[in-house]
Design a binder for this molecule. Sequence first.
Ligand code: PAF
Length: 282
Amino acid sequence: MITIHTIAELRAALSKERFKGKRIGFVPTMGNLHEGHLQLIDQAKSCSDIVVSSIFVNPLQFGAGEDLDNYPRTLLADQEKLASRGCNFLFAPTDAEVYPHGREAQTQVEVPVISDMYCGESRPGHFRGVSTVVCKLFGMVQPDVAIFGEKDFQQLMVIRRMTEDLSLPVEIQGAPIARNEHGLALSSRNGYLSPEELKTATVLNQTLRTTRDALLSGSKAFAELEEQAQNTLETAGFKRDYYKICRRSDLQAASEDDNAIVIVAAAYLGPARLIDNIQIDL
Ligand code: PAF
């Protein structure tokens, strides 16, 4: 695997591959890679000839008081992991390479409505930062296909919408959530949790599955189910963020006639904010 730090070198390397007719798959990340990221690489390999991953801890998507400074930067270990899964190129740019005029002067990409709900409400400006950097990375890599984890379900929807609205010639694929043996969704932020908190963290997915089972048994008492779930999480030691039974097409609150559902949840546990979701076809 070749590691590249500048846009000019990246373009030179990838234009050769494109000239040979190779299909380019892209997996953007912020590093500190775990098995979930590596499964995105596997998926990219299965649908493209050349796999490019990026590692860039994007300051634009972190709010004041969030974990930008402490976000784990583990480039050497990440390089080894990516190489072991057959990634061809790693693009690891500096802040100045991505935002040459500074962050304040950067043109931004804003996907309305969907960016303002749930995670967007708890983290104002977060999705503007995500859509801006992903749009820029798409311009740098010019991939044929890009893979994003379904754990960040709202992020995936924001990126799909941005790609469609800006007519970007990139196929967006979602990848199933990777979980540990207790059902906990793999996340770089799980590393912030103590062994005790890691055990408690599994309650998030258990709660989602309980709500799913109630919906599959025919319950339409959405508000009640959401409140029960929030209480279960609080009793286990979480602090509330959101827990919502949604229509999968646009993440609006589900109505009784909706069949394609996703339950999206975020909750604070100790130093971490955890998110998870579950999709249901009723
Ligand atoms: O999901 C992430 O790791 C980030 O939000 C992404 C898509 C790499 C953009 O910085």
